[in-house]
Ligand binder design. Structure first.
Ligand code: FES
Ligand SMILES: [Fe+2]
Length: 459
């Protein structure tokens, strides 16, 4: 067993039940086999079509943050693959999601990304809909013999998509027979409720176009085996080597250790400038951490945070000891990741391109838990084309530590090369180790949705 785990298990935990159970001691991981994962799924148009038919149109998708519909009359357009969705909040604050398409000849109806409106007018022939999706006006209805008996207003309302809210986000499901969102998120969703995501601030969201299939992006963040090689900085202030992993239905989680030095690093004691920058301040008063080996800072953090659990707006009280400091990383099938500490975290979303399996969009959302009453910033959501920005820290305009922004750049740097490499005649398929079991589980779940063995519908 890793030394870090022995130290952690030795801490005396409070005798109470927590929403999220600890990872330690580790539970055995099911044996999902050893087969290679074939490469075609990453570039085949046929496979992309099957994903659309059996996965994207049949599962819950995280779409927008509730703060993006700030007041009655707000609207927000969410682009996903071949679809465009229009979300609105009516004058009674009822939120609805629609396919963003004109019922006359199918033009995209709302062509502004967000704003406030009473109604939406199609720019082509001027048909108009109210913000609640009901038909408001048809231009020259006398031209339509179909309407001789009266305009069929029910038939001509905007097509609605199923929506629900969880964790401060509005989710959508294109399948009218889908199981409820909470049921879909299951046990993993209940764990995450300890973070009180609905109290978080929607601080920033930046999207990156990557020249790789969306599943490469999911895979890139679902294992930590790559830390030592790809992220030499990360192992200086955390442990991402041989981490605990659990599978929860179609979802999964892992724990990355914060405020420590990885066991792959020789000197785990010295407080270097990088370690000082990333973990040298206390959590309560920003004073320097107690002198001691750098690798043990997380143990001090747990004690400090537990001692202040009654006097803070942060949800320490709801959290087990591991959660107080370490990174709890959840991925909900198929494309949403929540990676969290009590003070905040990030949400990742991976979106396929509309037609090209070789391109995806990686959305990175920053969500700190700020003291109550802190005003929310205006978020400027941008999509950064492939290859830009060179410096990811610039994209976040000061909202993200440059060291971590650089880690993200490193993650993105493999997308184009892996997309090219897996098509090689010389590649035999992905060979996955147990630290990559979440990838194997993810690809097997995809296969089971496509074959019909699994679905996410109401019983
Ligand atoms: S296509 Fe929208 S009004 Fe004709
Ligand atoms: Fe990474």
């Amino acid at each position: 067993m890793a030394l870090i785990e022995k130290d952690l298990e030795a801490i005396e935990a409070p005798d109470r039940e927590f929403l999220a159970p600890k990872f330690l001691p580790r539970k055995p991981i099911p044996d999902l086999g050893l087969e290679r994962i074939e490469a075609e799924r990453f570039y085949s148009k046929e496979f992309m079509e099957q994903e659309w038919e059996h996965i994207w149109t049949k599962t819950w998708q995280l779409a927008l943050h509730v703060s993006e519909l700030p007041e009655p009359g707000s609207f927000f357009v969410y682009e996903f693959g071949r679809e465009s969705f229009l979300f609105t909040k009516d004058k009674n604050s009822v939120v609805r999601g629609f396919y963003n398409v004109c019922q006359h000849r199918g033009n995209i109806l709302c062509q502004s990304p967000s704003g406030a409106a009473d109604s939406f007018t199609c720019p082509f022939h001027g048909w108009e809909w109210n913000i609640d999706g009901t038909l408001k006006d048809v231009a020259d209805p006398d031209f339509f013999r179909q309407f001789d008996g009266g305009i069929p207003v029910d038939e001509l309302g905007l097509s609605e998509v199923k929506t629900d809210t969880w964790g401060g986000f509005i989710w959508l499901n294109m399948d009218d027979d889908a199981m409820p969102l909470k049921e879909y998120l299951g046990e993993a969703g209940r764990h995450l409720e300890s973070y009180e995501m609905e109290k978080r601030t929607y601080m920033d969201q930046q999207s990156f176009e990557w020249k790789g299939n969306w599943k490469h992006a999911v895979d890139a963040f679902n294992e930590s085996y790559h830390f030592a090689s790809l992220h030499p900085d990360m192992v200086e202030f955390g442990e991402g080597h041989d981490v605990p992993i659990e599978l929860h239905g179609i979802h999964s989680r892992m724990m990355n250790y914060n405020a420590t030095v990885s066991e792959v690093v020789e000197d785990r004691e010295t407080m270097t400038p990088l370690r000082e920058h990333m973990m040298g301040r206390r959590w309560d008063d920003d004073a320097p951490v107690a002198a001691g080996p750098a690798k043990d800072i997380h143990l001090e953090a747990i004690k400090v945070k537990r001692a202040m659990e009654d006097d803070t707006y942060l949800p320490y009280k709801k959290m087990n000891d591991e959660q107080l400091v370490h990174q709890y990383h959840y991925t909900f099938f198929p494309n949403a990741t929540f990676t969290q500490t009590p003070e905040g975290g990030a949400v990742f979303r991976y979106r396929p391109h509309a037609t090209d399996p070789n391109i995806c969009y990686y959305d990175f959302i920053i969500m700190p838990q700020l003291p109550p009453g802190t005003p929310s910033p205006d978020v400027e959501r941008l999509v950064h084309p492939h290859g830009s920005p060179q410096d990811y820290a610039d994209a976040f305009k000061g909202n993200f530590d440059p060291i971590l922004a650089n880690v993200l750049r490193q993650d993105g740097s493999n997308m184009e090369t892996i997309q090219r490499g897996i098509k090689s005649k010389g590649f035999k398929g992905m060979l996955l180790c147990d630290q990559e079991i979440r990838l194997r589980h993810f690809h097997q779940t995809i296969d089971k949705f496509i074959s019909g063995e699994l679905n996410a519908r109401k019983p």
